[in-house]
Design a protein around this ligand. Sequence first.
Ligand code: NI
Length: 237
Amino acid sequence: MARVPVYVKCLYLSAPFRSRTPTFPHPLATFAAVRELRGLGKLDIMNGVPYLREIVHEPHPTLRRAAKKVRAEELEDPLVQQLIDDMFVTMYEAPGIGLAAPQINVAKRLFVVDIAIDREDYKLGPLVFVNPRFTAREGELESTEGCLSVPGKVGDLKRYERVVCVALDRHGKRFEVEGKGLFGRCLQHELDHLDGTLYIDKAQNIRDPHTEEEDETASTEGESTSAGGDGEAALSA
Ligand code: NI
């Protein structure tokens, strides 16, 4: 995944939706330019300038609450659209391949995912999942995961090999996607966040990273090229 340059990192200061401090040049603007250069399409930025939010860490209580469903009318609120843009830029800056709203201390059933840039598959991001649920879960695979809310650690767990996820997009339109491999594991990791579950609750062998790939998974990079059990990349989200 392309490392998004970071010039100024500003922490999110008080209540959700308020007191954000802008960064410039903006990491998302840089990322959007990279996408266009690579022919991956434009980012859907609704409100101009997104802001970095602070990612909260375990044991922050919001990470352990079941998040609340997003009401249809909330998606018409510019502040919720701003929240979604902020989540993208915060995820890219981290960097990670997924970010759930509870990770920035907002207890709403909403997450963002983008693995398109690495896979050169535009269908895999950027995607917004509002009120997501799985309609199918099949098979089993080994996953090595890290989490932006549990920095510096990785662990091994089992995930479904294939999931089908139904959700609303940021405009309130229902959609369905099939998730396999890294994408499928990422969907499961993020949906767990909305239920107050962290990967460390399910994982074995939670450890400090021992290899370069694990180090990337644990700390900075959303995806590494380490061969997991399924030959897929490790995951940090
Ligand atoms: Ni996570």
